[in-house]
Design a protein around this ligand. Structure first.
Ligand code: ZN
Length: 409
């Protein structure tokens, strides 16, 4: 118990912020500091085949304890933290035996974790909570996942004479927060039949679905002239692009008006001038077929505008980003059922949930490695109001130990 907290406090003090403007891998060299430490700790715990490559990807094996052939499972977490908020000099504050009430963060008393905005706090009375001091994020996303995996690995090794399980691969990645988490991950080297990312909120949730996602770019090419002689000559790309954006639905199919299983088209960036202007959009839905309908809608708006502005060139490019992990998980239904059994064996009621976004697991699942996401005690990620609960991290650790046992049954 204490060692889980010690581990977590040690990891969050190491600044591992990712940088999306960087072209190196990992995007920041400081991520390697934690990767190398984790590799050393894996060796110290007694894991086999410990490697840490130049990309900061750590892999190790918890050897199986049973003679029969069992599937190899992998536990995956990321060492980097979000570029959205500073993680320099994280000063973790431990709040033992939380008794309810708002948490005022001492480094910046204007930062208050309020119960009314954090209903999950009501389930954490008596817990040991950890926050930052309010001047940085905490980094429980995903160092709570890293800590849970390390503690589970230590426990599986310590109880190897007693617990029956197959081989478990441990894997720590970099740059998940900037969408590059699986870019350098060699699945052959990982050698797993199924994997779990430990990067979920709260406790006892199994994320089995994510959005399916495409990206789109709308480009308008106009004709620039001096405005004094613009009559009949100028074609203003800004004006035509504005028309395009104004014809997207707002009362439906927008992030501002949808939740649950409803998808959206979201323009998030525009740039340009009279001669050329472009907008970037994301298309999201839980049904991949709906993405095609969204793309058709963009194309039909473009077609109308082409008729209205025959001298402009209007193009819509759509590219695939990731797919709902449900589509890959149907090929290996045990990925979910074993996780459900692990919860039940510990007397817990798991909740199957959906994520309005993607995870590294969606990318891994699309590459052929079925990878649901599990709870690991994260709350308010990417924020100075981030917090975690030691009991929830311990709950995740217990699930990982039991899950290894379930896969050998
Ligand atoms: Zn994360």
């Amino acid at each position: 118990m204490d060692s889980l907290l010690d581990r977590f406090l040690r990891y969050v003090r190491i600044d591992t912020q990712a940088d999306e403007t960087s072209t190196t891998y990992p995007s920041t060299a400081k991520q390697l500091t934690l990767s190398r430490l984790l590799a050393d700790e894996c060796r110290a715990i007694g894991l086999a085949d410990v490697t840490c490559d130049e990309f900061g990807i750590v892999m190790a094996t918890i050897p199986g304890t049973v003679a029969q052939q069992t599937p190899t499972i992998a536990y995956v977490a990321h060492v980097d933290t979000s570029p959205e908020y500073s993680s320099a000099k994280v000063n973790p504050i431990v709040h033992p035996n939380y008794q309810g009430g708002d948490l005022v963060l001492p480094g910046d008393p204007s930062k208050v974790i309020r119960v009314e905005e954090n209903p999950d706090l009501k389930n954490c009375h008596g817990h040991t909570l950890v926050t930052s001091d309010g001047t940085t994020l905490l980094g429980a996303d995903d160092k709570s996942g890293v800590s849970a995996i390390m503690s589970a690995a230590a426990e599986l090794i310590r109880r190897k004479g007693e617990l029956k399980h197959g081989p478990v691969r441990v894997c720590f990645t970099c740059d998940e927060e900037i969408g590059r988490g699986t870019d350098k991950l060699n699945l052959k080297e990982l050698g797993a039949d199924v994997a779990y990312t430990l990067d979920g909120g709260g406790r006892d949730e199994i994320d089995s679905e994510t959005f399916s996602a495409d990206g789109a770019k709308v480009t308008v090419k106009g004709i620039n002239t001096h405005p004094s002689v613009g009559k009949g000559a100028m074609v203003n790309a800004i004006r035509i692009l504005s028309c395009f954006l104004s014809r997207l639905p707002i009362a439906r199919l927008s992030p501002e008006t949808t939740d649950g299983r409803d998808g959206f088209i979201h323009p998030y960036h525009v740039e340009g001038g009279v001669a050329e202007a472009s907008a970037r959009l994301i298309l999201r839905d839980f049904e991949t077929t709906h993405l095609a309908e969204q793309a058709l809608l963009l194309e039909s708006i473009a077609a109308t505008l082409r008729a209205e502005h025959p001298r402009a060139q209007i193009t819509v490019e759509v590219r695939s980003q990731y797919r709902n992990m449900r589509e890959g998980l149907v090929k290996e239904p045990r990925a979910i059922s074993k996780a459900v059994q692990a919860h039940k064996a510990l007397g817990r009621v798991p909740k199957l949930s959906i994520i309005r976004g993607g995870t590294d697991g969606s990318l891994l699942t699309a590459k052929g490695l079925p990878t649901p996401n599990l709870s690991t005690g994260e709350h308010n990620p990417h924020s100075p109001l981030e917090w975690t609960s030691l009991e929830e991290m311990r709950a995740a650790t217990e699930i990982l130990v039991q899950l290894a046992v379930e896969w050998a049954k």
